[in-house]
Design a protein around this ligand. Structure first.
Ligand code: PMP
Length: 288
């Protein structure tokens, strides 16, 4: 990311210029991935689902074995401070916590934990055309192997490799199965289909239980759209009429095509997606 002149980042309780926000090479997180993060959006200065994000931030860090040195309230106040300094409507906020450099052992106990909060403009992509996904050769791990519900940087190695390979093959994103072979999620968003007028999404067994995912499920229920959370295989894509992704950055993004080892599935309809988009956009507008 380009160095942002005149921008300030909140680091360990202080606002400092981006250019001075650096870490020593002997940082534990760089060597052993002892870091967790959050991706949050603000709409016209209002930080959407901030409390839920910081609850997850705390759970993520506990999931990989360390506690954050700031309460949810302190993190919320710091975020407001960062957002207020920015001069644009649609911000993406990145909060990061990592184990520092005062010790270099595999065990992270006793290592200082640092926190940074930064924000940059990230325009909404509400008119984006439907995306094309390809099945990844990588799979989401067994919850006994990795803390799959933590937004732990270490897990993003899987997402990065999957997304790189999808892009090299000319696709927008990758669709990952879980270790059992059921559909899990895309590289950084949750997966939904519409089949027989019902919304179906994988049980968050091995994927992140996204905050947008939960919001969409709640909105669907309000709209009277039946929702099923269940294990879902690639062959079950047969007969699905709509498909889409959800996530903080992308909000709701239609899927036009999935290429996988069961063949190529094309989704042309968007009736239910459009109802959900409308309800979601209304929700993000209402709160302003
Ligand atoms: N899965 C993964 C792997 C992600 O990185 C994200 C983005 N945080 C999501 C799902 C969607 O989560 P949320 O709706 O909370 O942004």
């Amino acid at each position: 990311m380009k160095e942002e002149k005149n921008k300030l980042m909140w680091v360990d309780g202080e606002l400092i210029p981006w250019a001075s926000a650096t870490v020593p090479i002997a940082t534990h997180a760089l060597h052993y991935a002892s870091s967790v993060f959050e991706g949050i959006r603000s709409y016209d200065g209002y930080v959407f689902k901030m409390h839920e994000h910081y609850q997850r931030f705390h759970e993520s860090s506990r999931g990989i074995g360390f506690d954050l040195p700031y309460s949810i309230k302190e993190l919320e106040e710091a975020t407001e401070e960062v957002v207020q300094r920015e001069n644009c409507n649609d911000l993406y906020i990145r909060s990061l916590a990592w184990c520092g450099s005062n010790k270099m052992t595999v065990a992270s106990r006793g290592i200082d934990v640092h926190v940074a909060i930064m924000a940059w403009e990230r325009p909404l992509i509400r008119n984006h055309s439907a995306v094309r996904l390809i099945q990844s050769r990588w799979r989401r791990p067994d919850p006994c192997t990795a803390p799959v519900h933590s937004k732990a940087s270490g897990l993003y190695m899987i997402s990065t490799m999957s997304k790189n390979e999808a892009e090299i093959q000319g696709y927008d994103d990758a669709l990952l199965l879980d270790y059992r072979g059921y559909i899990a999620e895309a590289s950084s968003s949750n997966f939904f289909v519409v089949k027989d007028s019902r919304l179906i999404t994988p049980i968050p067994h091995s994927c992140l239980n996204g905050i947008t995912r939960l919001t969409i499920i709640a909105l669907a229920k309000t709209l009277g759209i039946p929702v099923e959370e269940r294990d879902f295989e690639l062959k079950d894509l047969e007969g699905a009429t709509e498909a889409f992704l959800t996530g903080t950055a992308i909000e709701i993004l239609s899927i036009g095509e999935i290429q996988c080892n069961q063949g190529r599935f094309v989704f042309k309809e968007e009736a239910i997606i459009n109802r959900l988009k409308q309800a979601f956009y209304q929700l993000t507008n209402q709160i302003n």
